[in-house]
Design a protein around this ligand. Structure first.
Ligand SMILES: Nc1ncnc2c1ncn2[C@@H]1O[C@H](COP(=O)(O)OP(=O)(O)O)[C@@H](O)[C@H]1O
Ligand SMILES: [Mg+2]
Length: 308
């Protein structure tokens, strides 16, 4: 099976808090190592990712280089609209772009924010960037909003094309929709933690993508606890807990047993997902660290390296 890194546009999606932003950067680091000029585009101004690399608040919507060959951008729909009107629509566009009434109207149109965001993503993935001085990227990784919105986001351009039918919005919507429908160009990566709800949502996502004829290139099971003990050892730990009189030993033994129980539940959930998505599953370990910074992200990229 071809690697998702062979595509130009990858959507990383999943339930909130499962590690989408973390995984998006780890994949980005791996792609950059392989010599791909890569950008991770964060939608819905989550801002977490850039925090990993920088402290200052400015220049949020610029393309920033975070590691050699890895760039990031936080996409703001308003900014995307102003840019679009500036480069695309000439003087009238500029006039509209500076009209607060027009902007308020556009932003209130259902789905418009998503269309503008995805339009900017599409622009980043073009070999000929329309923004002045914009260098092309080999790979654009989209740190997409939580799952429910994930598929909706992918459907947005087509919806606009169908509703508008003629004119520039229909045309632009159709062009983007065609790009998304092209599975040589666009891929989807789902992230789930090995817990019941995220696994359920990922299965739903797989169904919805299949219904739209969109590929699910990869499922990443994130933050898997290590299995530290053999079944026999668990028996011994249980026995020891019954025998010991030391409070300290008891709490250490309880901690070991409860982590084991959690790791076992995680494996059940992973297997459930595995049965559904078959060969497209990659595991990432739980990172035991105070925070996930560049060294931790690099080691997650090491794990992905073998799988991708
Ligand atoms: N493999 C992992 N091991 C440990 N903590 C993780 C791991 N992946 C993500 N996290 C932590 O979980 C939290 C949510 O991750 P994040 O990438 O922001 O999720 P999302 O973008 O899906 O909301 C963050 O605090 C992050 O550092
Ligand atoms: Mg995030």
């Amino acid at each position: 099976m071809p690697s998702p890194l062979d595509k130009r546009l990858l959507f990383v999606t999943g339930k909130g808090g499962v590690g989408k932003s973390t995984v998006a950067i780890a994949i980005g680091l791996l792609a950059a190592r392989r010599g791909l000029r890569t950008i991770v585009a964060e939608l819905a101004s989550q801002e977490r990712m850039q925090g990993v690399f920088r402290d200052d608040g400015g220049e949020q919507f610029r393309e920033l280089e975070l590691a050699p060959g890895l760039f990031t951008i936080s996409i703001d729909p308003q900014q995307a609209m102003e840019e679009y009107l500036r480069v695309k629509a000439g003087t009238i566009g500029q006039a509209l772009g500076s009209s607060r009434l027009f902007q308020a109207f556009a932003m209130a149109t259902p789905g418009m924010r998503e269309l503008l965001s995805i339009g900017k993503v599409w622009e980043l993935a073009q070999l000929h960037r329309r923004t002045r001085g914009g260098a092309p990227y080999d790979l654009v990784i989209v740190d997409a909003p939580a799952t429910g919105h994930g598929v909706g986001l992918l459907r947005t351009p087509r919806t606009f094309a169908e509703i508008a039918r003629v004119g520039p919005i229909a045309h632009q919507g159709q062009t983007i929709a065609d790009t998304i429908a092209d599975s040589d160009f666009t891929g989807v990566i789902a992230v789930a933690t090995p817990e019941e709800m995220p696994v359920n949502e990922t299965m739903t996502l797989a169904d919805e993508l299949a219904r739209d004829d969109l590929p699910l290139d990869l499922v990443i099971v994130n933050a898997l606890y290590p299995a530290r003990f053999e079944p026999g050892e668990i028996g011994e730990l249980g026995d020891a807990l019954g025998r010991t009189r030391s409070a300290l030993a008891r709490s250490a033994l309880r901690a070991a047993l409860s982590e084991h129980a959690r790791a076992a539940t995680q494996r059940e959930q992973r297997d459930r997902l595995h049965a559904r998505v078959d060969g497209r599953l990659v595991e990432l370990p739980y990172v035991f660290a105070d925070e996930i910074a560049l060294p931790q992200l690099q080691s997650l990229a090491d794990v992905l390296e073998a799988a991708l």
